[in-house]
Design a protein. Structure first.
Length: 162
C-alpha cells in the first residue's frame, strides 16, 4: 500500500515536472514569435503615399482617354492604399485626417460611373486640392501635388483597346 502511494506520488511529481517543462517550451516559442512579429516588415506612411502618387497620376490619363474601366481600377488602388494607411499606420497622428479625401473621392467615383469627362476633370482637381489640404494640415506643405503633364510610365497605354 505504502509502495503504491510512493509510486503514485513519484508519478505525479514527474508529471508536474514534465508539464512545467512543456509550458516553458511554449513560453520560449511565444517569445520568439513575438520577437519575429515586432521585427516583421510594415509599410510606412510615405510608401503608401508614393503608391497613391502613381495611381493619382495614372487616373488622370485614364480619364483623359475616357478609359472608365481603368479609371475605376485606379480609384480602387488609391482606396486600398488609404485603407493600408489606416491599418498599418494607426500610430501616426496624420492618419486621423485621411477622411479629408472622402468627399472628393465620392464625387470622382460618381463622374466615372456617369462616364462624364467634364465632371471627371472638375472632381479630379478637387481631389488634388484635398491631397494638398491634408499636406498643409499635417505640416507637409512642401509636398505639392499637381495635375500630371505626362504619364508616369512610357510602357502603359491609356487608350481603350478593342
Ligand atoms: C491624411 C493626410 C494626407 C492625405 C489625405 C494625403 N497625404 Fe500625401 N502625405 C501625407 C503625409 C503625412 C506625408 C509624409 C509621409 C511620410 O512621413 O513619409 C505625405 C507624403 C506624400 C508624398 C511624398 C511621398 C514621397 O515619397 O515623396 C506624396 C507624393 C503624396 N503624399 C501624395 C499624395 C496624394 C497624391 C494624395 C491625394 C490623392 C495625398 N498625398 C493625400 C499626408 C496626406
Amino acid at each position: 500500500m505504502r509502495k503504491t502511494v510512493i509510486i503514485l506520488l513519484t508519478l505525479t511529481m514527474l508529471g508536474c515536472g514534465q508539464k512545467s517543462e512543456k509550458s516553458e517550451n511554449l513560453q520560449t516559442q511565444i517569445d520568439s514569435l513575438e520577437n519575429k512579429l515586432s521585427e516583421s516588415y510594415k509599410p510606412g506612411f510615405g510608401e503608401f503615399m508614393g503608391n497613391i502618387q502613381i495611381h493619382h497620376a495614372k487616373l488622370w490619363f485614364a480619364g483623359e482617354h475616357k478609359n472608365w474601366k481603368l479609371a475605376d481600377f485606379e480609384m480602387n488602388e488609391i482606396k486600398e492604399n488609404l485603407e493600408g494607411i489606416q491599418k498599418y499606420c494607426s500610430d501616426r497622428t496624420e492618419t486621423k485626417s485621411i477622411g479629408m479625401l472622402n468627399l472628393a473621392m465620392d464625387s470622382l467615383n460618381n463622374a466615372i460611373l456617369k462616364k462624364n469627362k467634364g465632371m471627371f476633370q472638375k472632381n479630379y482637381i478637387s481631389l488634388t486640392n484635398s491631397c494638398n489640404a491634408c499636406h498643409q494640415a499635417t505640416n507637409h506643405e512642401y509636398n505639392v501635388i499637381i495635375i500630371p503633364k505626362t504619364p508616369p510610365f512610357s510602357n502603359q497605354d491609356f487608350q481603350i483597346k478593342n
